[in-house]
Write a protein that binds this ligand. Sequence first.
Ligand code: URA
Length: 242
Amino acid sequence: MRLDKYLCDMGAGTRSQVKQKIRKGLVTLEGEKVTRPECQVNPGQTVLVEGVPFIYTELEYYMLNKPAGCVSARTDGQCRTVLDLIVSKKRKDLFPVGRLDKDTEGLLLITNDGKLAHRLLSPRHHVDKTYEAKIQGRVTEEHVKRFREGLDIGEERLTLPALLEILSSGEISRIRVTIQEGKYHQIKRMFHAAGCEVLYLKRLSMGSLTLDESLQPGEYRPLTEEELAELQNERKGEMDAV
Ligand code: URA
């Protein structure tokens, strides 16, 4: 790969800023000063800009505990985005895998691995997503049955079977719910169809990936090798058995 592209990909500056630095002799490759932006470099080689190493990273994976109040988008004219929170990112092509509503908290995978994202999001793969929520209204066994049988949320078909667990039931109920789809506002629409409203929503897991509860809202960390390996081996969800 060209040296200027390598450094630009790794966030050393814009293409023209990087070219300038190279031409000024501020960049070394394997300890030798290089002044040609088109010079070829391999990912394993040592590149320093003004003495600071830039290690090539092709794919990045972060687990974010999304806070309420920021949007699941790459950019937004007005609002803070989930990518603004990933301050240590190297790549500029990261994106959130799926969307959580602005007021939803919890697990969000941020990566630039398009293949993995496609597999996790594809409706064909039915990857389980588990949420916990506070619900306005008394959630009962009748709701559990309706969630299992599928609800009419105004789509062509009923929702796929969902596993609703009641943690506490009262004027405000606490529940956990696992769905196999990812339709727009799906949980809120399911509860609305069942006569209740969601007051608070947090995603706990997506497939094999579980939110690290030591992450406070707004905090993130890279995925561990085990987490990544499990996600990459992700099979069809287990919800078909519900
Ligand atoms: N369902 C919703 O209603 N909102 C989310 O953010 C995620 C799932």
